[in-house]
Design a protein around this ligand. Structure first.
Ligand code: TRP
Length: 333
């Protein structure tokens, strides 16, 4: 990697859709982060196999996610972008780390408990092993920072524990990664239940805005957004969560502070607010959607970027993996 810049690693599972909430809350800030540091970013397509996927849809969605990140501005000249499944070192390191992870440790992960309850008919080994694969993602690249949301914090802790355990048993091998608490973008809530975060896997299509929704879809979703019966626009997260969410979104996409927005709607109703927010979101997403559409017309380009990314990633990953193989006593190939 170039220079002595720190390494930032992240990955996303290609499931559900990438939402306006992901964009405002995280992706926008990542773009800068990934360029400031040595950024490595993967589509975690092996992770999401822990739940059943429809193969053709899944393949299409993984490519679509890749294109959406490119369209958001992740630049393959400035960071490494690849599909996790293209770099076999991830699964190889997972096996080794499995031998250093206690079953109890894996069973304690709250996400494992939640997912086992949700998919009670398919509590497979992969579900239990999920955080070990994630630790491999991170540790292969000697990652310094991982920008994580609260839901992945426990998994990152496990990655740190495994790195420290291995380093202590052998000799320093892995960089011990730290959580990067990014400058938090505005938190966006569901348009249908504004007390819940806008989630990429929400089954209610009206609750989320996808980065690639058509302008008509975006407008329709904002028009249907849940508000309240007061009939006046004010920012009050507790008593007016729906309206506050719309104001937050408007502020994030327009760059105007909320204090300046509220007076614009004095004497006006929710219909005006919804239309204004909807229009502003449509304009923000327009260039992303246009770039996305162009990329999707050129799958060869996407695949060549991914291939190049996988080659770069694999070069780094292989160095770590060989060290690990040597240290645990495997015969040199
Ligand atoms: N588990 C993460 C999620 O669902 C995705 C992920 C996989 C990841 N590997 C990672 C995140 C490595 C950060 C670092 O959000």
């Amino acid at each position: 990697m170039i220079g002595d810049k720190k390494i930032v690693y992240s990955a996303v599972q290609p499931t559900g859709c990438i939402t306006l909430g992901n964009y405002i809350g995280a992706i926008k800030n990542w773009i800068k982060l990934f360029e400031e540091y040595n950024g490595i970013f993967a589509i975690a397509d092996l992770h999401a196999l822990t739940v059943r996927q429809v193969p053709a849809d899944y393949r299409q969605r993984a490519v679509s996610f890749f294109a959406q990140y490119l369209a958001c501005g992740l630049d393959p000249e400035k960071c490494i972008l690849y599909f996790q499944s293209h770099v076999h070192e991830h699964t190889e390191l997972t096996w080794i780390l499995n031998c250093f992870t206690y079953i109890g440790e894996a069973q304690r992960m709250t996400q494992f408990k939640d997912k086992s309850a949700k998919h009670a008919d398919n509590v497979n080994m992969g579900l239990l092993d999920y955080p070990v694969l994630m630790a491999s993602d991170i540790l292969l690249y000697q990652t310094d920072y991982v920008p994580v949301g609260i839901d992945q914090k426990q998994h990152l802790e496990l990655s740190r524990d495994l790195a420290i355990r291995f380093n202590n048993l052998y000799s320093p091998t892995f960089t011990v990664p730290e959580a990067y608490i990014p400058k938090q973008g505005a938190k966006v809530f569901s348009l249908q239940d504004p007390t819940k975060k806008m989630s990429k896997s929400d089954p209610d299509v009206n609750a989320t805005v996808s980065l690639i929704d058509t302008p008509d879809d975006v407008m329709r979703k904002f028009k249907r957004a849940v508000t309240d019966c007061d009939g006046f626009v004010a920012y009050d997260e507790e008593n007016k969560p729906g309206v506050s969410n719309l104001l937050t979104i408007y502020s994030a996409v327009s760059g105007k502070p909320i204090e300046d927005i509220v007076p614009m709607f004095e004497g006006k109703g929710y219909a005006e607010l919804k239309t204004e927010v909807g229009d502003a979101v449509v304009e923000t997403l327009r260039p992303i959607r246009e770039k996305y559409t162009d990329f999707m017309k050129n799958k060869d380009y996407i695949l060549s970027v991914a291939k190049n990314g996988a080659m770069q990633a694999s070069g780094i990953a292989r160095r770590t993996l060989s060290k690990v193989y040597r240290k645990v006593g495997l015969v040199e190939a």
